[in-house]
Design a protein around this ligand. Structure first.
Ligand code: ATP
Length: 297
């Protein structure tokens, strides 16, 4: 990704925030280029967040007109609640994330936050309201301090350390020879996957967005580290509206609603126990994953 290696800051905060969004989303969704044609309306207002309720209203979308991807998706995540998206590869989970970020406009229907259509507000204010925690956090070749501070331009040292403490990475950082000044990234200290993710969580805690978009780990290993990360993500989700793209069903049992997607349609919806009792698609996915875990597949 060329953008990551470019020097930061020279175009100011707006550019930096857009770039952060692109880096996070790029990492999350494999987007290398920002799609063209998404522009703000003349004199568009900023998003007025009242709690961060998200609504998809009969959304139809395809990357090209000849191939529909989402075929009429409707759901609502009330402010402060958690929605989990599950379904086979290619079913449209990440596409929902991209539309929430308005990387593309819907072809029919609408996406709204607190009643405001995403097409009517500025993209900058939208991106400020959403924190993205990808599976694999991108680190810049800079200090760990810089890497966390990236969450919010102008944050104080105290705020950065408070975010690191909340993400349970502070003690690790101060154990490094140069503490917060330690260089990380490809040309610096290589952090483990879990440490990188904690830096990403600290970055997002510092940003303090009302809405979180989480892309959960695909790995089937149920290690202590992963459980700890899950706990941190859950803690960070408190009081925020969360959409979680889940690959492992064990991590979403406490979501307020689970949507099961297949080929761009919602084929089941409900809470974990309701869906298990129903004995349908979700229950079958659950049974399959449980047996995979047992056989170590
Ligand atoms: P996974 O679990 O594998 O990440 P997903 O459910 O997140 O899958 P999406 O990434 O939303 O699936 O993809 C849905 C469909 O859209 C797929 O058929 C995919 O090939 C297609 N698609 C995704 N991105 C693009 C793109 N940029 N251009 C064209 N088609 C795309």
């Amino acid at each position: 990704m060329i953008q990551i290696t470019m020097p930061l800051g020279f175009l100011g905060t707006v550019y930096r925030e857009i770039r952060q969004a692109l880096v996070d989303m790029g990492e999350m969704f494999g987007l290398l280029n920002q799609p063209a044609e998404i522009t703000d309306k003349a004199e568009a207002p900023t998003l007025a967040v009242k709690g961060g309720a998200i609504r998809f209203e009969d959304v139809k979308f395809g990357y090209d007109a000849s191939r529909p991807i989402l075929k009429g998706v409707s759901f609502e995540v009330p402010a402060g609640r958690t929605l989990a998206l599950v379904g086979p590869s290619g079913s449209g989970k990440s596409t929902i994330g991209r539309l929430l970020f308005r990387f593309y406009d819907v072809r029919e229907g609408a996406v709204k936050i607190d009643g405001q259509d995403l097409r009517d507000i500025t993209q900058h204010s939208l991106h400020q309201a959403i924190g993205v925690v990808p599976q694999d956090t991108v680190l810049f070749n800079d200090t760990v301090l810089y890497n966390i501070a990236y969450g919010r331009a102008g944050a104080s040292r105290e705020e950065i350390e408070a975010a690191a403490k909340a993400a349970k990475i502070h003690d690790f950082i101060i154990s490094l020879p140069e503490g917060y000044e330690t260089k990380v990234g490809e040309r610096g200290l290589k952090l483990s996957g879990g440490e990188k993710q904690r830096v990403g969580i600290a970055r997002t805690i510092l940003k303090n967005p009302p809405i979180l978009l989480l892309d959960e780990a695909t790995s089937a290993l149920d290690t202590q580290t992963e459980r700890d990360i899950q706990d941190s993500l859950r803690e960070m989700g408190q009081g925020r509206t969360v959409i979680s793209i889940a690959h492992r069903l064990s991590t979403i049992a406490d979501a307020d609603e689970i949507l099961v997607l297949d080929a761009g349609q919602i084929v089941e919806r409900g809470r974990h126990d309701e869906l298990l009792a129903k004995g349908g698609r979700y229950a079958a996915m659950w049974a399959r994953q449980a047996s995979d875990m047992q056989t170590g597949a």
